[in-house]
Design a protein around this ligand. Sequence first.
Ligand SMILES: [Zn+2]
Length: 217
Amino acid sequence: MRLIFLGPPGAGKGTQAVFVKKTYGLAHISTGDILRAQVKQETELGKTAKGYMDAGKLVPDDVIIGMIRERLGEEDCAKGFILDGFPRTVPQAVALAELLKSMGRHLTAVICFDAADDLLVERLSGRRTCRNCGAIYNVSFHPPEKENVCDACGGPLMQRDDDREDVIRNRLRVYKEQTAPLIEYYEREGLLRRFDAGGAPDSLVALVAELAGKDDA
Ligand SMILES: [Zn+2]
């Protein structure tokens, strides 16, 4: 099963990926992780990527695709994978389709995590971080026993700038602008499956089970 997880910050992609990965023996591939690993191992692709990053430039698509090609050839991808954070643009999606085709593979589905902005804002803006030990709480979903005090070390909790409502709303706006063409592309390709990330987590389990049943590869 070869999946792409597409969704805004706060939609719970990471948590769901861990579950799906374990259940179906898939590799969870985040491009950020690949990039860091290649740079650390000083591979040719890693050195090229680092050159761009050091110059404050975006790493070009062909370099990223090269890294993904290598990653997909690794053993843990034999049963399939979940791609998280890639592709971000239509040209990247087209390049990915070509890469998979050259490997005799195809995507099973693109799972689009849908959630209302207000819910995402509630989830993300409720986050509090311990100034002392870095433990993370959420005023709505995982509150500390005593308001604004860390359960683990007694340190004071704070709201990071990234977790402020105006910053979050802006991130969500940027996400939508960037991914709208990608969602349209996958819809046209007949690969898009929507998942209500604000509902019961069980509904993703059912969707993935259905996809696994249909998967021919
Ligand atoms: Zn603490």
